[in-house]
Design a protein around this ligand. Sequence first.
Ligand SMILES: [Zn+2]
Length: 103
Amino acid sequence: MDAVDGNAIGGLLIDVFGAEMSAAGSTCATCGASRPVAELVVYRRGPGTVVRCRTCGSVLMVFVTRHGVTGVDLAGLASLGEPGSALSGRRNQGQGGTNEYAR
Ligand SMILES: [Zn+2]
């Protein structure tokens, strides 16, 4: 598979989170590595997009778009938010499950 980096999904992240997220910090729930979303490893393969930790290779985020609705699974992330903040990133009511955002 051809891997790209988090910059490649900037538009997708805006669609899902409603904000520019590529500069936001992410923390891997498996190894604890923190880095900007833009530096994560992204595999794009229809119909889903898989985002992996560059340090340990764990899956951090999975996006699946089907019929115009994007579902996102953030279960692999310990945190997601602005660099240096304690924001959990769970703006919506998800508890490690899948949130769906209808357009
Ligand atoms: Zn990791």
